[in-house]
Write a protein that binds this ligand. Structure first.
Ligand code: FRU
Length: 488
């Protein structure tokens, strides 16, 4: 009888306690370090937030350094975004995972740091980039511990508030071959009953690559083969996901982030043409990460670097959430989320405005460095046209956002790349977000340019329209002041 009862109890335990109980208790030493990291970030927050050039409707850490967005995920009616973070200072180091949460992808709250490096362990030199998936209702982070680069798991049993590193870490303790350049930034998805992981790497003498792994339980991983090999030496932060019949691969090759839309069959990927995701370069847009939201939209954030100073301890922010769609012609559609309209305040609206060549066309009423602008412009015969934002009348200078109709280039300040209207498009629609020291430009919902601008004084808040060669007609121009995303 006793044996039967024991057996039943045992079976019950095996079925209900899927993960070791010890994972649920955070070791003391780790808790102390977590509290130190939390206190460091909090102590710097007031100073960081006093910076007049610190963006207010883009995601940033409460203070100090951030780089890549990590593991965005929707769970239990909340959106979570993590990011590479130094809680102790405004430079890269002590790499941990910072954390913000939202109910609607518009308004956000800072949460305490989620994961930190543990001295003496497999992630002593940093908790590098990774992703988050939901396995049997348990949110699970898969990240790279360094050095050497190994892949690790952490799980949350309290709605993503605290994280327990897996006892069996690292789950991928070594590289599958010797000729690799880098071995990091897992991106995991589920197909049927199996999990797959794309891992950023490079094969010496061949080029940047994404390594493909497979697992039944996220704990034991089998290396399959390179999913794709291409340009450059090493690819960081791969993202790989279906888009209708095809799949998109996005990689960060230490320069412009590039994507391709191709065929994924029998666990092999054939890329199409590679395209630049954002002409802002590595400083403007790097190491993006994406998720599916509650409506099934594919949403991406990228890292924008820079900002802060000796007096204002912060550096880095994330782009606005960008919805990715299949645009046709092997291109991605890239557009800011429509719900960001909730941030709009006072507005100005113009219709059919002519921009005269060789003249100032300043919008007298508009003044601000926290604005959203939508300009619909008919490309006529002008050689170049566009807007100067953050424009100082006194200095007669601003940040030029320009379409060069002759050379078919689109630019924002120094950042630029090729752009032309596609068959069926009659109008250039520039959707521009200005947030103190960052500008994001979306052209025809498919081409982006993200740049930093640090005006020397607050006279740089106007808008001037320009057209070179001959006049241009602006069909409509809508401008709004924008509010903050931070909830108290
Ligand atoms: C990309 C990257 C990743 C790495 C992380 C470290 O910016 O270099 O490859 O995981 O940053 O912070």
């Amino acid at each position: 009888m006793r044996i039967v009862i024991l057996l039943v109890v045992n079976l019950f335990m095996i079925n209900t306690i899927t993960w070791p109980q010890s994972e649920r208790n955070m070791p003391q030493k780790y808790e102390k370090l977590m509290n130190q990291a939390k206190a460091a970030a909090q102590a710097a927050a007031k100073k960081a937030q006093a910076d007049p050039l610190r963006p207010v409707y883009h995601l940033t850490a409460a203070a100090n350094w951030i780089n890549d967005p990590n593991g965005p995920i929707f769970f239990n009616n909340e959106y979570h975004v993590f990011f590479q973070h130094n809680p102790y200072g405004p430079d890269w180091g002590n790499i941990s995972w910072g954390h913000v949460v939202s109910r609607d992808l518009v308004y956000w709250k800072h949460l305490p740091v989620a994961l930190i490096p543990e001295p003496g362990s497999y992630d002593k030199d940093g908790v590098f980039s990774g992703c988050c998936v939901i396995q049997n209702d348990i949110p699970t982070i898969i990240y790279t511990g360094v050095y050497p680069e190994v892949q690790c798991l952490a799980r949350s049993y309290d709605n993503l508030r605290t994280w327990q590193k897996h006892n069996g870490n690292p789950v991928i303790p070594q590289r599958p071959r010797d000729d690799l350049e880098g071995f990091r930034d897992p991106f995991v998805w589920q197909e049927g009953n199996s999990w797959y992981m794309a891992l950023g790497s490079g094969i010496k003498g061949q080029g940047g690559t994404v390594l493909l792994y497979k697992s039944a339980d996220l704990e034991k991983w089998q290396y399959l083969h390179p999913l794709c090999v291409g340009f450059g030496k090493n690819w960081e932060c791969p993202n790989f996901f279906p888009l209708g019949e095809k799949w998109a691969l996005i990689v960060s090759p230490h320069g412009d982030v590039q994507y391709t839309i191709g065929e994924y069959r029998d666990y092999h990927f054939t890329p199409g043409e590679w395209r630049i995701m954002d002409y802002g370069g590595r400083e403007g847009f790097y190491a993006p990460n994406c998720m599916l939201d509650r409506q099934g939209r594919r949403i991406m954030w990228g890292w924008i670097s820079g900002g802060g100073s000796a007096d204002y301890p912060w550096n880095g922010l994330l782009t606005l959430p960008r919805a990715l769609t299949f645009h046709g012609n092997d291109r991605l559609g890239i557009a800011p989320l429509p719900e960001l309209q909730q941030l709009r305040g006072r507005g100005w609206h113009y219709k059919n405005r002519i921009i005269k060549p060789d003249a100032a066309n300043i919008l007298d009423e508009v003044n601000g460095n926290c604005l959203e602008i939508i300009a619909e412009i008919e490309p006529g015969n002008a050689e170049q046209f566009g807007l100067e934002v953050l424009y100082s009348e006194e200095k007669q200078r601003g940040t030029r956002i320009c379409f060069d109709n002759q050379n078919l280039r689109l630019s924002a300040a120094e950042a630029e790349g090729s752009f032309q209207l596609l068959p069926g498009e009659t109008m250039l629609t520039l959707h521009i977000f200005i947030d103190k020291s960052v500008i994001e430009v979306y052209a025809n919902e498919r081409t982006c340019i993200t740049i930093r601008v640090f005006p020397e004084n607050d006279t740089y808040q106007g808008i001037n329209l320009f057209s070179d060669g001959s006049q241009t007609q602006v069909r409509s121009l809508d401008i709004w002041e924008m509010g903050t995303i931070w909830k108290k």
